[in-house]
Each structure stands twice: as structure tokens, then as C-alpha cells.
Design a binder for this molecule. Structure first.
Ligand SMILES: Cc1cc2nc3c(=O)[nH]c(=O)nc-3n(C[C@H](O)[C@H](O)[C@H](O)COP(=O)(O)O)c2cc1C
Length: 349
């Protein structure tokens, strides 16, 4: 019976159907189907979490393979996604107030390259809604919460949005990610540079002192960076991370570059952030460069282009402590979780 259900729910079959739909519609259907599978109790029989424990920030991660931000922006599918075997789940990006994101067509598939381009622009139901979802889930696994700024908040007031999100989510999160690297919110990436970055980190670290006392827990602060940074940018970012004692860095978000390998493919010139296979090498290069600068002082969560166990292994060899993926999950489904966790189990043993 389980074998039959396995075949019926095989991701290759499901993907063939999903890829006939526009990407955002497919996304909604897939998550609803997963929710059904979870509530039916079937997911428990179909998927098993690979045991490959990693200790980081005094937290024991059951395995080093996580779901990247953006798949479950509003925290509506936490338990269902976790049931597939992820070692940790990151939700968001959450903005303080609800906002629809950009209008029009905003996600494209490039199947020949196992890639996606998106210009969603932080469609978010806002902090209050996401909080209610998290509370309703009673999830006891590792939960990262990724926060951002509203599109209509001027850049010089962005710090307030991050502090608001940080304060709101602090009691609910295992770790909190500051997303200042999405290419789809105007000027957002400028926050990673120079004094603005230091002001942001300084405000969050100050706020955390109060929150640690208030809640009796210390929540690690993690910064997510983009893959289009220059080596000089990486120097100053690394210096700031060390100065402010930031506990982690996610490398990387999507890229605005268009590698030669996707030249001429349908949608390759769509505006937005490119993710998936073409991002693997540039993103891994950022992991290596960061690791050279940070050593083991600031752990790196590698994200970008992971499509196989070998890709995940490459990220760990470049200096990462944990990995995450989004686009690989769209192209390969839950099997990729098992494959990557098993590959990492071998090298981390
Ligand atoms: C459709 C889509 C939506 C995304 N939304 C977010 C987001 O809200 N916040 C964020 O930090 N990253 C977001 N990302 C970026 C991913 O978390 C990840 O950093 C990036 O896609 C590279 O990893 P991948 O190649 O495994 O997809 C999104 C990616 C995609 C494809």
C-alpha cells in the first residue's frame, strides 16, 4: 500500500503536472497537496528524516539540510514541510505590515537550466499573521524567521522595520535572519554596504540585549547576503559581522547576474533574482571567500544552486556549516532532502 502511494505521489509525476501551471499557481497547489498529505498522516510513512546531527550555536540540528526562505513566506506550512525530513525550516521574508509584493507576472521557470527567476518583492501577510501561524503550528523543531522591510518604508528608516520584526519574532524563533539582499525591493541591497550596514547591525545587537533579558533566551542573529558583492564588499561585511558578534551568515540570496549558460533560454532575460543550478558556482565562491575571512568565527549557511548531494558536499567543503535550498526542491522534490542529508552524513561523520 505504502509502495503504491509512493508511486502515486512520486515527485516526477507531480512535477510534470505542476509545470503545466503558471509557477505561482503551481506553488500554491503543491503546498496545499503537501498539507493534505501531512494531515492525512501519510507523510509520516513516506518520509523519514536522515539523522546527521550538527551542533551549532549550542543548538542540535537533526541534520544540516534546511528549507530556504521564500517557500513558506507566511509560516502556513511549517509542520508539513518539516515532515519531509528537513533538519530546519526558515520561513519569511516577513515584513512588518502586510503587503502584496510586485504586481504582474513575477516568477519564471527555466527548466533547461534547472533555474527560476523571481521578482516577487516580499509578498507578505505581515508580522501579526505570521505570529498567529507559528503559534498555531506548535512546531518544536528548528525555526529560522527571515525578516525584511516594507516596500514603502524609506531606506533611511529601514532599521525601524528590522527592529520591529526582530522584537516581534524574537520569542518565536530559533534564529532570526536579516534579509537585506533581495534584489526585488528597491535599494534594499544598499543596506549591506558601509555605514548603513553597521547602523543596522548595531541597532539589532542593542535591541537583542534587552530582548535576551526580557525573554531569558539568546536568539542568534544571522545576515543573508547577495552573491553579486565584490571582494571589497565582502571584506567590509566580514569585518562588520565580526565587530558586532553576528552569529551567522547565509550565503547567498538570488543573483541579478545572468551567467552565459542560460543565454538564449526562454525567460533568461526576465527581470529579477536568478536561483538554481546557474547560481551554484558563484554562490559557492562567496562561501569560500567568506570562509577565508571569517574562519570558524561566524558559521556560514550555504544556499544557492544545490541540486544534488555532490553540490551540498561542495558547500560544506567550501566552509559552510549548514545548507539550504529552494529551487532544488522545486525541481527534485523531497528526494533531494534525503539525498543531500545522506551525502552530508558521510562527510560529517
Ligand atoms: C520564488 C522565490 C522566492 C524567494 N523568496 C525569498 C524570500 O522571501 N526571502 C529570502 O531571503 N530569500 C528568498 N528567496 C531566495 C532563496 O531563499 C535562496 O536564497 C535562493 O533562491 C538561492 O537558493 P536556491 O538556488 O536553492 O533557490 C526566494 C527564492 C525564490 C526562487
Amino acid at each position: 500500500m505504502i509502495e503504491l502511494i509512493h508511486r502515486l505521489t512520486s515527485y516526477n509525476n507531480l512535477r510534470a503536472v505542476l509545470f503545466t501551471m503558471p509557477p505561482e499557481e503551481a506553488h500554491r497547489y503543491a503546498l496545499k497537496a503537501l498539507q493534505l498529505l501531512y494531515h492525512s498522516g501519510m507523510a509520516r510513512h513516506l518520509y523519514h528524516r536522515v539523522n546527521a546531527p550538527v551542533r551549532l550555536w549550542d543548538i542540535s540540528f537533526p541534520n544540516p539540510v534546511g528549507l530556504a526562505a521564500g517557500m513558506d513566506k507566511d509560516g502556513e506550512y511549517i509542520n508539513a514541510l518539516a515532515s519531509l525530513g528537513f533538519g530546519f525550516i526558515e520561513i519569511g521574508t516577513v515584513t512588518p505590515r502586510p503587503q502584496p509584493g510586485n504586481s504582474g507576472e513575477r516568477v519564471w521557470r527555466i527548466p533547461q537550466a534547472q533555474a527560476l527567476i523571481n521578482r516577487l518583492g516580499f509578498n507578505s501577510k505581515g508580522l501579526d499573521y505570521v505570529e498567529s501561524q507559528i503559534r498555531a503550528h506548535h512546531y518544536d523543531g528548528i525555526l529560522g524567521i527571515n525578516i525584511g522591510k516594507n516596500a514603502d518604508t524609506p531606506l533611511n528608516q529601514a532599521v525601524n522595520d528590522y527592529v520591529t520584526g526582530f522584537r516581534h519574532m524574537y520569542p518565536l524563533a530559533t534564529y532570526i535572519v536579516i534579509n537585506c539582499s533581495s534584489p526585488n525591493t528597491r535599494h534594499l541591497r544598499e543596506l549591506q554596504r558601509g555605514e548603513q550596514f553597521n547602523e543596522l547591525l548595531s541597532a539589532l545587537v542593542d535591541e537583542r540585549q534587552k530582548l535576551t533579558a526580557e525573554h531569558g533566551k539568546h536568539v542568534p542573529l544571522v545576515v543573508k547576503i547577495d552573491p553579486d558583492l565584490s571582494l571589497a564588499d565582502l571584506d567590509t561585511i566580514a569585518e562588520s559581522l565580526l565587530t558586532y558578534g553576528i552569529e551567522g551568515v547565509i550565503a547567498t540570496n538570488t543573483t541579478i547576474a545572468r551567467p552565459n549558460m542560460i543565454d538564449g533560454m526562454p525567460h533568461s532575460d526576465a527581470q529579477g533574482g536568478l536561483s538554481g543550478a546557474p547560481l551554484l558556482q558563484p554562490s559557492t565562491e562567496i562561501v569560500s571567500q567568506l570562509h577565508n575571512r571569517l574562519g570558524n568565527q561566524v558559521p556560514i549557511i550555504a544556499c544557492g544552486g544545490i541540486m544534488s548531494g555532490a553540490d551540498a558536499t561542495q558547500k560544506i567543503k567550501a566552509g559552510a556549516s549548514l545548507v539550504q535550498f529552494y529551487t532544488g526542491f522545486v525541481y527534485h522534490g523531497p528526494d533531494l532532502i534525503k539525498e543531500t542529508a545522506q551525502a552530508l552524513q558521510k562527510i560529517l561523520a
